[in-house]
Every structure is written in C-alpha cells, then in structure tokens.
Write a protein of this length. Structure first.
Length: 376
C-alpha cells in the first residue's frame, strides 16, 4: 500500500496527544508509524549550535536569549511561523534548554475555554517557558486572556457564574511564551504585537538538509554515501521532517535488499516507490498542479475550488502544498486566484494554452497575502 495524501483522511484529524496537528504526516507514511514521535524526539537538536540552517532566525534568537540570560530576566515572548516540519517545535524546546528552564507544552486546539488557559498560566513558575503550538487556533476568549497575561503578567480569574460572577485579578510571575503557527496571517494584530521577537522559518537549502541528514544517519547508526544523502536532500521539499522520514524509508529499502547502507540507488528506488518526484513534489503537490492545468486550464482559480478538486481541506492546500509550489515557481498567486506557471506545465509534460502565457506577463503575483511572513 502506498500511504498517500488521498487516503490520509484519518491522518488529517489525527493530532498529536498534546493536541497539535501535523499536516506533513500524510506525505510518506500517513501516521502509520507509531514510532514516529519517538524517532523525531531522538533526532531533534537540543541546542542552538546543533541546529543547522535558518541562519538569520538562529542568530537573532541566539542574541535575544543570550541578552536575557545576562540580565537574568525572561526574554521577550517569541513567535515562530512557517510551514509544517521546519523546526518550530524544535526551536521552542531549544529556547527552554538555552534558558535552562522547564517547558510547558500545549496548543491552540487544546485551549477551548479561557479557563483552560487560566489554569495553565496560574501554575507557571518564574522564568518558565510556555509553548503554545498552533496558536492561531486558540479561542477568542483565551486569546484575550493571553494578551493581558503576556503584557502585564496578570490573569483575571472569574469566580461564579452569571450576574454574580466576579473577576479576581491574579498576579503571575514573569514567564516566556513561545508561540508557533503555520498561519501568521491569521493571528489578530494585538496578539502578534505582544511578541517581542518573531522568526519566520523558510524552506531549507539542500546543503543544510545534507548536514541534517548526515547527523540523523549517524544518530540512527546508519552508514551513508554522499550521493545517497544528496539525493534525499534534493527531494525533501526543503523540509527536515520529510528528510528524516525519507531517510528511514531509504533505510527500509536498503535493509530489505540486503544492504545496510544509504546508497544512491537505494535512495532513488525508495523515493520512486513513495511517489516523490525529482523535484521533491509529492502526490498532493502534483495533484494540485494537475488540477490547475488539466481542469482549470492553468487558472486562475480560487483556493476553495482548487481544494475541492483535489479532495483536500483548503487549509491543507494553503499551508502545506502551496508555499512550496509558489516558492519553487510552480504556482503563482494572482489577485484572482491560483495559477499554474510555465514550469508547472513543463513539469507535467503538458503544453500550456496561449492565453495562459499572456496571463503570466499580465498579472503580478501578490506576495504573501494572508498567509505569509511579517517582520517583528
Ligand atoms: N534545523 C534542524 N536540524 C535538524 N533537524 C531538524 C531541524 N529542524 C527540524 N528538524 C527535525 O524535523 C522534525 C520536525 O521538526 P519540528 O520542530 O517538529 O517542526 P514543526 O514544529 O515546525 O512542524 C523534527 O524531528 C526535528 O528533529
Ligand atoms: Mg510542531
């Protein structure tokens, strides 16, 4: 069985135990791997200096943490944004370990009521790190409580119900919130403004993925050839989580074929088997491009129409497939919707219609509308 995006409906609703959501789970082994979390934890870099790539974010964050440690006070709140699998959770844990503080982990979907947040906040110790994953999925009332807590280190605990209810202010010791989101554009401005530092994670260069893969191979006790590693790096969609997962599939292939080594041939064969193409596009990526070109004649077409055509949630298309397709130049965001680029037609081996070609020169892509980065 190939576990791909189309039969990963279960994976879509399947959050981690802490309530977070892993949209990349479908890409190779759709949540079938129960060891996944343990392996991920084992492969996670523990310190900033072991974290390859994202140079700018790493340097900026390093400075913020170092200064805070010198002063002996908790640093500003930190917001990390970017597509799934690029290292947001890893960095949150690194923040705590660099500060030598415990970390409390929860997520937006797990906080449905302000009371849920109040009980987490009121149990924080001084200097502790509170990691709020998928922070854009928190309820409105919890959001408002969080503004106050982040700014004034105070929560209003509501005692009683109805007209007789009273709010009792409760002082909190200073702490640090690390928020993570795949959708920075969805955060209300007042919440965004309370983060003193914002880091936007971008897809990794192949050279950084090579470094990450060598490290993972070593931790997994695997021998690896340079060209085998390079092949995996090129096909990992710029995403460490996918790189690590593909590495394990290549290991499976190699071991079944009587070789305990990541070779070039093992990498190629395994990646073919798991439907990852030469540009690292997976089945969802290709389905999106196929729909754009074949069904909508290259577009432009609205996000929700496109999502229906590939049988996915608009959110998945927008946060998982689209950022990579746009960044690699396969897809263009126009004011009237999503369109296929010349590269998309070429990649699928199709000839673009003439009117599509005139559209590419007539429309300017809009940058990051609604989903992208903002500078902190
Ligand atoms: N810079 C990095 N170096 C090494 N491994 C990384 C890096 N970034 C992410 N990873 C690995 O990728 C996996 C996913 O990272 P994670 O932090 O959970 O991503 P996110 O929270 O952004 O979805 C983890 O197993 C982690 O070990
Ligand atoms: Mg995460």
């Amino acid at each position: 069985m190939t576990a791909g995006w189309s039969d990963a409906g279960a994976g879509r609703d399947e959050g981690w135990a802490d309530g977070s959501f892993d949209a990349t789970a479908r890409i190779v082994d759709a949540g079938s791997d129960t060891d996944e979390r343990q392996v991920e934890a084992a492969l996670r870099p523990k310190r900033l200096e072991d974290f390859p790539g994202q140079t700018r974010v790493r340097e900026q964050l390093g400075l913020v943490l170092k200064a805070a440690r010198r002063r002996g006070t908790p640093p500003d709140h930190v917001l990390l944004s970017g597509p799934p699998g690029l290292g947001k959770t890893t960095l949150a844990m690194i923040v705590a370990s660099e500060l030598e503080q415990p970390i409390r982990i929860t997520s937006g979907p797990a906080i449905q009521h302000a009371g849920d947040l109040a009980s987490v906040l009121s149990s924080l110790a001084e200097g502790e790190v509170l990691f709020l994953d998928e922070i854009h999925r928190m309820s409105r009332s919890a959001e408002e409580m969080l503004y106050l807590a982040m700014e004034d280190f105070r929560v209003d605990v509501i005692i009683g119900k109805g007209p007789g209810a009273t709010a009792i202010p409760l002082e909190l010791p200073p702490f640090t919130v690390v928020g993570a989101t795949t959708r920075a554009g969805l955060l209300p401005a007042p919440l965004r403004d309370r983060f003193g530092f914002t880091g936007h994670l971008d897809y990794y260069a192949a050279a950084d993925l090579v470094t990450i893969l060598h490290r993972s191979a070593r931790l997994l006790g695997l021998e690896a050839d340079e060209d085998g590693i390079a092949e995996i790096a090129l096909r990992s969609r710029g995403t460490p989580r996918i790189a690590n997962r593909l590495l394990r599939r290549v290991r499976d292939w190699a071991q079944v074929h009587g070789e305990d080594r990541v070779t070039h041939i093992a990498a190629r064969r395994a990646l073919e088997l798991f439907d990852v193409d030469e540009r690292g596009l997976d089945r969802l990526d290709r389905a999106v491009l196929e729909a754009l070109c074949r069904r909508f004649n290259g577009g432009p077409v609205g996000l929700s129409t496109l999502a229906v055509a590939v049988g996915e949630e608009p959110d998945t298309v927008e946060t998982v497939a689209e950022p990579y397709l746009v960044r690699e130049g396969f897809m263009i965001r126009t004011p009237r919707g999503r369109a296929a680029s010349g590269l998309a037609w070429e990649h699928l081996g199709l000839t673009p219609p003439l009117d599509a070609q005139s559209m590419w020169s007539a429309t300017l892509p809009i940058d990051d509308a609604g989903g992208g980065r903002f500078e902190g």
